[in-house]
Design a protein around this ligand. Structure first.
Ligand code: 5GP
Ligand code: MG
Length: 174
């Protein structure tokens, strides 16, 4: 059995404030052609981030990157779909994901984008679990540094539940 923490780990207000600051930071440091968002976890973060951006001359694209299946442990095998349909040759791309955990998803996506001919690739994550990293990878833009806990809400699920919560919560085994 699992239950949500008594209080959110990150409140909706904290998220909204940080997302606006991130958008400003990105706007002033990176001119991009495409925002590439990793479904499904990053959907809420991506929409809020886009709304806070001054740059509106760009394309929004979604890919599906999954390594989790069901449960709390990553299967380790990354499945990426939707990338083959995008023409990223010569494009400057901002990759957006929910969490940087082991780093495998982001480092694999960056390699795939390089192979697809993207010229400048930067990465943005809402949360970073530095402690969990198994490959050498750093995101260019990070919303929150968090401890090694399983989190849900604000796009993130546990077996497809909790995604629509506006806050980030930790999930505890009881
Ligand atoms: P990585 O490839 O960096 O190990 O994993 C990144 C992906 O794992 C994220 O995009 C996210 O989908 C999933 N993930 C990692 N940590 C958590 C977590 O605490 N909660 C949820 N719901 N998903 C997580
Ligand atoms: Mg994900």
């Amino acid at each position: 059995m699992y239950k949500m923490s008594a209080k959110p780990m990150i409140s909706a207000k904290q998220i909204q404030t940080r997302v606006k600051d991130l958008a400003t930071e990105i706007n002033s440091t990176f001119e991009f052609d495409v925002i590439l968002s990793a479904l499904t976890g990053a959907f809420m973060f991506t929409t809020d981030l886009c709304r806070a951006m001054a740059n509106f001359k760009h394309r929004i694209a979604f890919i599906k990157a999954s390594s989790y299946g069901s449960g709390m442990e990553s299967s380790g095998k990354l499945k990426v779909t939707g990338l083959e349909k995008l023409d990223l040759k010569g494009k400057r791309v901002l990759i957006v994901d929910d969490i940087l955990d082991t780093g495998r998803t982001m480092s694999t996506l960056v390699s795939m984008l390089k192979e697809a001919g993207a010229t400048d690739i930067r990465t943005c994550v809402l949360m970073n679990k530095e402690e969990r990293r198994s490959v050498d990878f750093h995101a260019d833009y990070v919303g929150f540094e968090i401890a090694n806990e399983f989190v849900v809400g604000y796009g993130l699920d546990f077996d497809e539940d909790y995604r629509t919560l506006p806050e980030v919560w930790t999930l505890e085994e009881v």
